[in-house]
Design a protein around this ligand. Sequence first.
Ligand SMILES: [Cu+2]
Length: 461
Amino acid sequence: MNKKLSRRAVFQGILAAPFAAGLASVQTPAELKVVSRIIEVNGRAVKIFGIVNGGGGNGLSLMLGERFRARVKNGLDVETLLHWHGLNPPSAQDGVPMLSQAPLKPGESFDYDFVNTRSGTHWMHSHVGLQEQQLLAAPLIVRETAEPLFDEQEHVVMLHDFTFRDPQEILAELKGGGGGHAGHAMGGMEMAMVNDVRFDAYLANDRTLADPEVVSVGKAAQIRLRIINGSAASNLWIDLGALQGELIAVDGNAVFPLKGSLFPLAIAQRADIRVKLPEGNGAWPILFRPEGLSARTGIYLATHGAEIDRLASEGDVAPEVNLVQEMTLRSVAVLPPEPVTRTEILTLTGGGADYLWGLNGKSSMHDTIFTVRENERIEVIMQNQTGMAHPMHLHGHYFKVAAINNVAIEGALRDTVLVPPSTSVTIRFAAENPGNWAFHCHHLYHMNAGMMGAIRYSSAA
Ligand SMILES: [Cu+2]
């Protein structure tokens, strides 16, 4: 190669990069800074956390096939660490203290660099203490094509349950309050089974339904909603109201489209929903309703100049999130049909008056639940022996939801599945990402009260 050619190659490479790679160039790592920021909730200014990128936006978008390259800087005055929920990085870059890497001290940076094979709607969040309750989370979107395959608009919605209180105080109260409800009386036993923390607000892209985000849409437009349940402790329903939608992906994995207007979304799960708007002008609310409560949040899809009928922040009580829809989901991609080499029973335990939760009766957080060998095909039968539902998340792998109460289903590919009380959910995954991996309930208070453990590869340190 002569000098002239190589210089031209470099020049073209630099020019082509932003087009080829979407928002984050392959030439330089994306910048992600963990910051404090102020938002207004119910008319009150409140300091929360956030993750801003080099362009001043929230979180990160990249293309499938692009290396995941990001420099994370801790701009807080406390330690933090980010986990890439939905990606399967090498274990040392998974962002879990004690299992993968040390937390970043104030002012410290860490460079992430790995081959990413997962597309879809994912998210990033702190795995340190209770920081996630203070909104230390952001979208992480991996697109397969630079432009949508269909003529459609895309919109990302990040959901949170919100409290003005110090989450440490809430956890302390849960632990000390006889398994109570953080000092608030709830509406009877049935409600007590569903929610154990009372929240001050529910947010969609940081806003309440009283001050909602209004998304400008074209007439008769097709919209792809990428919805992320970033709640600490709230399973939700997505309510399209008068609109019909199609669920096309769960946890970033394509499913055979499922039509409907009401879709469950457990803590930490994601749903991609395609909505086709009717002809003409109008404004359509998309609501998000925590189970067992009348509270709701939402956004509006509105054509230019359309009048918006503001909805109240309270509506009908939402039913409990269940697995009725889960049983009908069918992944487009399939796991190769290899025989299961290891079946493990994982009981979800605890939740008594001491608010101590566990796996197999142990509240050990970072201890090994079981060990696997590379290339094994693992089946885990999760049996919930507690009175509450647990959204169970396995790091470093995606899994097939293979059976519910021992009834085999076609099933979706996921990284987080809800296990309701007195229910068993069977998952299967290929052990192909060596390391030490967290396996935990994604209800932040259950996790911090012990419902977490680790799966270790025998080859890992
Ligand atoms: Cu739980």
